[in-house]
Design a protein around this ligand. Structure first.
Ligand code: CAO
Length: 415
């Protein structure tokens, strides 16, 4: 079976996490992704957070599947000549260097356009145009500047970053969509274009509902579904909401049987209005169904804390899986708090290819997250990440360089 992006060739000039997330996704969709790395060193993540000495780290391998690796030193004229030939033959260049780094290498938009006017140049930067546009940015900086940290955490605690890499991987996803859209537009326009996904903007996009709440707060001075209501005070900005659902259906994380010993013996419980009578019956509070204090969603907002305390008395009598089974029979929306260990060994995630075991020549077998986007006519087969420069000869050969030329480039340190 063919792949959605068959025939698309990507010059992958990315490193660390945000850019590689994007190009890995494009590779899974069928693009030929050629990762360009500095000779001898490669992507810094190859050596970061290593668990086996001298072997590519899981950080690197889990972000660079299905790619080819070519080493090119762009600070050597020979290296630039190779890169120019890649620019001539690729459809998209993806990069996430610090602001100005690409220009300093001489790889300006004008330079690229002169070689290949159809090329799409896609960039991740920490910030878009504005006061911070020249700043280097990592994940947590983006989470803080994009509004995630100020709205995450316990209501009386400090700002918190989340474990989900919304700044890096979240921005990579945004960039991938921009690239696919630009490829589609090129089918009509015949022209390439620049695609920019700033990390602050991507995080803010993912925090869209918090800007919604900011405006609600400014208009009404209160947010009824937040834990600060009805007893606490609201300030001028959206506060941290603990584990409140933040949506129209109140929810909370509740303890389950075994919570004293197991840090993940919890369930997320949503008191969806449609199943309120069922919730009352399950927890043995049938009287609440017609009680004026609990009957309507509006009335319940005044009593969310005691309601969840009572539901928790029930969840604490069941383990999280037993609770799920009972609640699902009544269509009560709930979810177990799964540890990474539970996720790693969950059979259904293995069956769908979302958790995959991959074999690597120097590392051996390891687990990775496969393509979370499932296309019925473009299935994904996850293959291992490349060793540094593993495909240099192959790719340079495809670009028309002869064996002698490749040897000379290598002797000069250009590849
Ligand atoms: N040949 C020769 N030189 C190369 C090269 C190659 N193949 N690949 C990279 N380089 C050089 C660059 O030219 C640059 O040199 P100069 O500083 O002399 O211009 C240098 O390597 C370093 O690039 P960098 O500044 O991008 O890397 P850094 O490690 O200092 O910064 C990061 C890393 C992530 C902070 C920065 O790249 C950045 O802000 N990127 C944009 C935002 C982003 O994607 N952040 C998410 C990262 S994932 O957490």
């Amino acid at each position: 079976m063919g792949k959605a992006l068959d025939g698309v060739r990507i010059l992958d000039f990315t490193h660390v996490q945000s850019g590689p997330t994007c190009t890995q996704l494009l590779a899974w969709l069928g693009a030929d992704v050629i990762k360009v790395e500095r000779p001898g060193e490669g992507d810094a993540t190859r050596g970061q957070l290593r668990d086996i000495p001298g072997v590519d780290s899981l950080y690197f391998t889990m972000l660079n599947h299905n790619k080819r690796s070519v080493t090119i030193n762009t600070k050597k004229p020979g290296g630039m000549a190779v890169l120019d030939r890649l620019i001539a033959t690729c459809d998209v260049m993806v990069e996430n260097f610090a602001p100005g780094a690409l220009d300093r290498m001489g790889i300006t938009w004008e330079h690229i356009q002169a070689i290949n006017p159809r090329m799409i140049v896609a960039s991740v930067k920490g910030f878009g145009p504005g006061p911070y546009e020249d700043c280097k940015v990592y994940e947590n900086v983006a989470q803080c500047a994009g509004g995630a940290a100020s709205t995450t955490g316990l209501e009386d605690g400090i700002p918190m970053v989340t474990g989900a890499q919304i700044g890096d991987s979240g921005t990579g996803l945004h960039l991938a969509l921009g690239i696919v859209a630009a490829l589609y537009q090129r089918t009509h326009s015949g022209r390439g274009q620049k695609v920019l996904a700033p990390m602050q903007d991507a995080v803010l996009n993912l925090c869209r509902v918090k800007l919604r709440d900011q405006q609600r707060l400014e208009r009404t001075h209160t947010l009824h579904e937040f834990p600060q209501y009805p007893d606490g005070k609201f300030g001028e900005a959206v506060p941290r909401a603990g584990n409140a659902s933040g949506g129209g259906q109140p929810g909370s994380i509740l303890r389950c049987k075994g919570w004293e010993a197991d840090p993940n013996a919890y369930i997320y419980f949503i008191t969806q209005a449609a199943v309120w009578p069922a919730i009352c019956r399950v927890i043995g509070e049938e009287g609440w169904v017609d009680d004026d204090a609990f009957k309507t969603p509006q009335a319940r907002l005044l009593h969310l804390k005691p309601i969840f305390r009572r539901i928790e008395q029930w969840t604490m009598t069941k383990d999280k899986y037993e609770a799920m089974e009972i609640l699902n029979k009544y269509d009560i929306p709930c979810g177990p708090i799964l540890s990474m260990k539970e996720i790693a060994y969950e059979p259904s995630l293995r069956e769908t290819g979302t958790v995959v075991e991959v074999d690597h020549p120097t590392r051996g077998k390891y687990l990775t997250v496969g393509n979370p986007i499932k296309l019925s006519d473009s299935p994904t087969e996850v293959t291992r990440s490349p060793l540094l420069g593993e495909h240099t000869d192959e790719v340079l050969g495809q670009l028309g360089f002869g064996a002698d030329e490749i040897s000379a480039l290598r002797a000069d340190g250009a590849v």
